[in-house]
Design a protein around this ligand. Structure first.
Ligand SMILES: CC(C)(COP(=O)(O)OP(=O)(O)OC[C@H]1O[C@@H](n2cnc3c(N)ncnc32)[C@H](O)[C@@H]1OP(=O)(O)O)[C@@H](O)C(=O)NCCC(=O)NCCS
Length: 165
């Protein structure tokens, strides 16, 4: 039987678990173009900068944070205010158990409730699982940038995916 899952707003005391999940991908994977891990102080400042129209959610199982997702401003210019970018990270030992789908579904519910107009995902093109998950939840491919990223001595293409709410 699947373990019970709670999706709830992130708290400051989740920041260490959020970093543990995320920094693994920073160091080992091209799904994020960040190359240096976040410190706890940076993560706490990031969380404090969210909230309101830009929620951060965590997925919790048996009292452990096993994934997180966020809606962040797509662009700092004011006219982009109803456009948000989603982020999703599932703990590496819990992949492919439905957590990413649950987190993205919850983020989209929040995006609608908050009155956002569109959600945009920037996905490294070789991350076909993430592309498939976004497509499953209604996102369509909206653009493609060639070799916009460079990590692990490899040029990386970026897919833009977009959902109109
Ligand atoms: C992308 C990510 C969030 C998906 O989360 P997940 O919990 O592993 O995915 P789910 O189990 O919810 O999968 C939902 C669906 O997405 C698709 N999918 C997810 N991972 C996939 C993979 N590796 N290969 C192919 N399809 C995949 C499938 O359609 C899947 O449905 P199915 O399992 O019934 O076939 C997760 O792989 C992750 O954290 N990756 C690293 C970070 C990342 O790439 N984040 C996205 C940045 S935009």
């Amino acid at each position: 039987m699947a373990e019970p899952l709670a999706i709830r707003p992130a708290r400051v005391d989740d920041c260490s678990a959020i970093n543990d999940i995320y920094n693994h991908y920073v160091l080992c994977d091209t799904c994020t173009y960040q190359t240096e891990p976040d410190s706890l102080e940076e993560r706490e400042a990031w969380l404090l900068g969210h909230g309101g129209p830009h929620p951060v959610l965590v997925a919790e199982q048996r009292g452990q944070v096993v994934g997180w997702g966020a809606l962040s401003p797509f662009h700092p210019r004011a006219a982009y205010q109803a456009s948000v970018e989603d982020s999703l990270y599932v703990r590496r030992d819990r992949l492919r158990a439905g957590l990413g789908r649950a987190l993205l579904t919850a983020l989209l519910e929040q995006a609608r409730a908050l009155g956002h107009h569109t959600v945009i995902a920037l996905i490294s093109a070789e991350k076909s699982g993430s592309v498939a998950l976004h497509a499953e939840l209604g996102f369509e491919r909206a653009g493609y940038l060639r070799q916009a990223g460079y990590k692990f001595e490899t040029w990386l293409d970026v897919v833009f995916m977009q959902l109109m709410l």
